[in-house]
Ligand binder design. Structure first.
Ligand SMILES: NC(=O)c1ccc[n+]([C@@H]2O[C@H](COP(=O)([O-])OP(=O)(O)OC[C@H]3O[C@@H](n4cnc5c(N)ncnc54)[C@H](OP(=O)(O)O)[C@@H]3O)[C@@H](O)[C@H]2O)c1
Length: 334
């Protein structure tokens, strides 16, 4: 397909935090944005607070609850029908983190909920949109300038899912580790709640889901040449005051941002995090597949993004192939 269209960038979870703050810079770079959320009404209300009326005209809304695979299928169909030919970027941003649960919450399909939202919902979404991404117009109109653009998938990763970094080794409740993936292999339904089939640890369930996100990027990069599809992940920094931490104890919510600002130096504002996501997803500077981009754990002004070394738990070819195949099976793609 060669005709020229406005470029569309899809992003999940724009009602708060990093996702909300990614929309404005995407528009600034000339992209039309498809905001995918559980509630269009809330998404519109929140974006109205930070975008001008002119900018709002560049946003389309699609409702999708990532915890329900049927909803992901319906929403994906709507996206393909309306924007399929011009979809160039998919940013998987939405997530839940519920570290205080005593028992696992379950998704519509019966999966542990943080794995369902953070990994399975996105895994199915990008698989359903993939063919369209690959065959969409090759030139897009960005602010009146025609640009060749290789389709991209950008997924939010995190330091706590990468055992190669100090933050990934924190033993509370346990580092991210999919083990032998027995939980996935056995169908991941109750009483199973963890990928490795072991005892439920809610904080680890989140880390494991982000590990799956980062593995997905690596597998996509292996399976598609860079000239066809760029797949990358990033750690935007510690955005310590987003709603992601809404289910942590109030004292943690009070102290964590201060700790990150004044002790570790890892703190990043929501605005800066959003700008970083938009850059990684769109800029020529990040034209490289299979990279996990980071600005480090101690923020320094003028520091440039670098390719973060990843742990064996992310890049081990046997684990990642197995995680990919089992995820396909669990979301109903095989
Ligand atoms: N904050 C950090 O320090 C940090 C660090 C590294 C990586 N990250 C990553 O950055 C991303 C954004 O996190 P954040 O800190 O900005 O969190 P946030 O403010 O809580 O935003 C999460 C977004 O996900 C949406 N969401 C939750 N459940 C959903 C579902 N079932 N279906 C569709 N959307 C759903 C939320 O929408 P609702 O309003 O409907 O709940 C919200 O828009 C996540 O992937 C996170 O892992 C964050």
């Amino acid at each position: 397909m060669t005709d020229i269209k406005n470029g569309f960038a899809l992003i999940t979870g724009t009602t708060s935090g990093v996702g909300l703050n990614t929309v404005k810079p995407l528009i600034k770079y000339g992209w039309n944005v498809i905001a995918v959320n559980r509630s269009n009404k809330r998404a519109e209300q929140e974006l109205n607070k930070i975008l001008t009326n002119g900018e709002m005209k560049n946003v389309s809304f699609v409702e999708m609850d990532l915890s329900d695979l049927d909803d992901v299928r319906d929403g994906s169909k709507e996206i393909l029908d309306k924007f399929g030919e011009s979809l160039k970027i998919v940013i998987c941003n939405a997530a839940v983190y519920k570290p205080r649960l005593k028992r696992p919450e379950r998704s519509a399909q019966g999966f542990e909920r943080s794995m369902a939202v953070n990994h399975f919902g996105h895994f199915l979404l990008i698989h359903l949109l993939k063919e369209s991404l690959l065959s969409s117009v090759n030139k897009v109109d960005l602010k009146g300038k025609l640009s060749l653009f290789t389709p991209r998938i950008t997924i939010l990763g995190t330091v706590t899912a990468n055992y190669s970094e100090l933050g990934g080794k924190i033993p509370i409740p346990a580092p991210a580790d999919l083990g032998d993936l027995r939980g996935f292999e056995q169908g991941f339904l109750a009483p199973i709640s963890m990928a490795n089939g072991k005892k439920f640890k809610p904080g680890k369930a989140y880390k494991d889901s982000k590990l799956c996100n980062m593995i997905t990027v690596q597998e996509f990069a292996k399976r598609y040449p860079q000239e066809e599809l760029i797949c990358n992940s990033l750690y935007p920094g510690c955005v310590a005051n987003t709603k992601l931490f809404r289910d942590t104890p109030w004292l943690f919510r009070l102290l964590f941002p201060l700790f990150q600002k004044f002790i570790t130096g890892g703190y990043v504002t929501e605005k800066l995090a959003g700008e970083r996501v938009a850059l990684i997803a769109t800029s020529d500077r990040f034209y490289q597949t299979g990279v996990h981009w980071s600005w480090g754990n101690r923020q320094k002004s003028r520091r440039k993004a670098f390719s973060q070394r990843l742990s064996q738990r992310i890049v081990n070819p046997d684990t990642s192939k197995k995680a990919w195949e089992l995820s396909k099976k669990l979301v109903g793609l095989t």
